[in-house]
Design a binder for this molecule. Structure first.
Ligand code: FAD
Length: 361
């Protein structure tokens, strides 16, 4: 079985690991010249850990991630708002909640799959259905024909666009951008086993440890249209470490991501021998920090569906039937809002238990 995976991000690489473990001949095509590190850090939940463990990556994943024992919330003057204990989650949910450096995660996945099987500099441009085969064409003039093609080319998926005409991205009306960066953990005054967030209805900033002595901060401010607006918003939060953290973070390392609500979901993932996976299949707001977790679950579900039958059309059908409703439920949860922000929903660790573990595990 020849499988071509377009996109060498978290989804493409984890799917590649799963399908290669079944003996499939898998190649990954990535448009970037090297492994991408966009996003700086990630908060991953027990459902991500269980999926990665299921893909045989327990030792590697535990080695690169930092277990989070608490989610701590404070107001802008440092008054405690919540303390959610997550220390027993490995026993309760089978894996911890963690902070992880995105490049370490990508490197782990690329090494587990085999870097020689990743074709960098291959940007998929179009896709062709040939019945029991599918072909993708790249902007560099190359083509690949496989029994199956997987579109794991991220939130702005070209393959999704070709298959179903895309989705509509609407700028998020409450938090139009998220800013984030990696700094040294020793330079920020937070609990090294916690996600620590500072919140008001106008804006928030959180910090998590991500290993190797590093921490990741990320935040949004309502109405902020630039990094200057974002930094200025926190200038009076002098009872917290935030003004100093923002001052010592090299400006050119701060990443800006526009945030969108997505219209047009749900849509069909599988079209002939082409299917979608990860953000291409279920683009979502990052407020639940579930995008990567759902992506790893896709990869495991696809492997398991392919392991159960030799009929690849049936396997693609079963994969989508299992994953599409669950992932789209999480898309909806992610659009619902954020703590003290849009709709003032519960803190994210509480939501994880109530909305993900109990409803979509
Ligand atoms: C600000 C922000 C914070 C986030 N925080 C979290 C978090 O804390 N926890 C969490 O679980 N999730 C988080 N996410 C979501 C998470 O990053 C994604 O859900 C996850 O990366 C999805 O994996 P993917 O492989 O589908 O997409 P990606 O990881 O984006 O990978 C897609 C890959 O496809 C490649 N590609 C794109 N177009 C083409 C093309 N035409 N041809 C070939 N290759 C192509 C890209 O270069 C990329 O390598 C966050 C997202 C954002 C924006």
């Amino acid at each position: 079985m020849r499988v071509g995976i377009c996109g060498g991000g978290l989804g493409g690489l984890s799917a590649a690991i799963g399908l290669a473990s079944l003996g499939f001949d898998v190649e990954v095509f990535e448009k970037s010249p090297t492994l991408r590190a966009t996003g700086a850090g990630l908060n991953l939940w027990p459902n991500a850990g269980r999926a990665l463990y299921g893909l045989g990556l327990r030792a590697q994943y535990d080695a690169i991630s930092v277990k989070l024992d608490r989610y701590l919330g404070y107001s802008s003057d440092g008054t405690p708002l919540f303390n959610n204990d997550t220390s027993n989650w490995p026993e309760t949910y089978g894996a911890p909640s963690v902070g992880v450096y995105r490049l370490a995660l990508s490197t782990m996945l690329a090494d587990a799959f085999g870097r020689d099987k990743i074709k960098f500099g291959h940007e998929v441009q179009s896709i062709e259905d040939k019945g029991d085969k599918a072909v993708c064409h790249f902007t560099n003039g190359a083509s690949y024909e496989g029994d199956v093609i997987i579109g794991a080319d991220g939130i702005y998926s070209v393959i999704r666009e070709k298959l179903i005409g895309g989705v509509n991205f609407r700028p998020n009306d409450h938090h139009a951008f998220r800013w984030r960066a990696v700094i040294d953990l020793k330079d920020v005054d937070v609990d090294p086993a916690a996600q620590t967030g500072f919140y008001t209805s106008g804006g928030w900033l959180s910090v998590i440890p991500i290993g190797n002595g590093k921490a990741y901060w990320f935040g949004s401010v309502s109405g902020a249209k630039s990094l200057d607006d974002f930094i200025a918003f926190f200038s009076t939060w002098t009872n917290t470490h935030i003004p100093r953290t923002l001052r010592i973070t090299p400006r050119d390392t701060i990443v800006e991501s526009p945030l969108f609500d997505v219209d047009g979901v749900p849509y069909k993932w599988t079209h002939g021998r082409v299917t979608l996976l990860g953000d291409a299949a279920h683009p979502m707001m990052p407020d639940m920090a579930q995008g990567a977790s759902q992506t790893f679950i896709d990869a495991l579900a696809l492997r398991d569906a392919c392991a159960k039958t030799k009929d690849i059309d049936q396997a693609l059908h079963d994969y989508e039937a299992e994953r599409r409703p669950a992932a789209n439920y999480v898309v909806k949860c992610s659009q619902r809002g954020s703590f003290l922000g849009r709709n003032n929903v519960s803190p994210v660790a509480v939501r994880y238990v109530q909305e993900i573990e109990t409803q979509a595990a």
